[in-house]
Design a protein around this ligand. Sequence first.
Ligand code: HAM
Length: 422
Amino acid sequence: MKYNALKGIQDILPPDVYIWQSIESTARSIFFKYGFREIKLPIIESTDIFTRGIGEATDIVEKEMYTFPDKADRSITLRPEGTAPAVRCYVENGLHNLPSPQKFFYTGPMFRYERPQKGRFRQFYQIGVEAFGVAQPTLDVELILMLRDFLEGIGLRELNFEVNSIGDEKCRPDYKAALMNFFGQNLDEFCPDCRRRYTTNPLRILDCKVERCIELRQGAPAVTDYLCGECREHFEGLIAGLRALGVRYTLNPNLVRGLDYYTRTTFEVTSEHLGAQKAVAAGGRYDKLIKEFGGPPTPAIGFAIGMERIVALLKEIAPAVEPEPKVFIATLGKEAEIEGFKIAGQVRAAGFWAEPNYGGASLKSQLRKADRLGAEFAFIIGENELKAGKIQWKGLKTGEQGEVEIRNITSLLTDNVKPSNP
Ligand code: HAM
């Protein structure tokens, strides 16, 4: 019997895992400086968190959720995203009672039953960020700045920052009406999905990828022409802030996003190197969601970064390089083997990755193995030397060699080999 991972779900192996770890550690260190603290959110939630949070008429809720009954017949869903769970957590734990703003990030797998393709998986990982309690656009600017710092910090520069405002419950109805008026003129020519969206959420027609729909929407009214005074002021504040801080952006009036909770600011970071699935990170404001979840009215904004997509971009720039063992412990004879494990312990305690000989092999084949592993240094432990409290060492990349007293091996290593960091 041959077992395979499920369709659209992949294993992440070394050396790629090292790229993942370095991305996560850059995120942690940059987000920390912006005052974001990590939260650990559950991977499963009650289904209504998502139907209510993301919206009944979205692709995610209509078609893409992994939903099933648990043993007590409750409807459970594998989280397709982290914002709705973060809001549930914020309200449930009374985090609104703490001083504003409260700023969090989370990492982990998300699940969407989408058609797998390059850059699109059914289990994928996000680093998500959510900030609660500030209505001013200065927070929007700060979040986008932090995202740029992070992307530059991991070495990604040639990215497009697209921004838009989709208004709020005051101005969006007028805009929806204008769109329906425009699309209604030749509705029959749109794809079946768009014809359905016409009644459920006409804004979504703006980001349909079908070529004919793209043609048909040329000349559609732009949302930014329909913003009410307050939304306009917010949007202008965002743009002024981005300019002042030197964040390069483009305005994309079609950036409506596929989740219903957004109000005002939406943004997406895209790369031309990724093909159809080009968004590496995306987010926006969701000023109404906390109240919707039973909390006090609280403005909020966040974004999520797609790990697989940024890993793909980083691998294009440079292949993954994983750390290699620093020290190989070669041994000759049973007694030396045991002693080798003790010496390996000493080497590890000094901060180096030590690989022992697990037994048997000749010295020649042990040193070949050390080379294949990429080790920099070998200790060679023979029974005679042991009696004298000394062992031989060899610089595998330099060819240098010598003898060292066992009690001095830490200083020999610190003088000659850089410590191993995962
Ligand atoms: P989203 O646009 O659905 O937003 O996802 C954010 C990012 O996750 C995307 O830009 C993409 O990089 C990645 N992503 C989404 N679906 C897949 C997939 N099937 N395979 C691989 N990568 C994928 C959200 O999830 C919102 N919760 C973001 C947010 C946070 N808004 C406010 N706060």
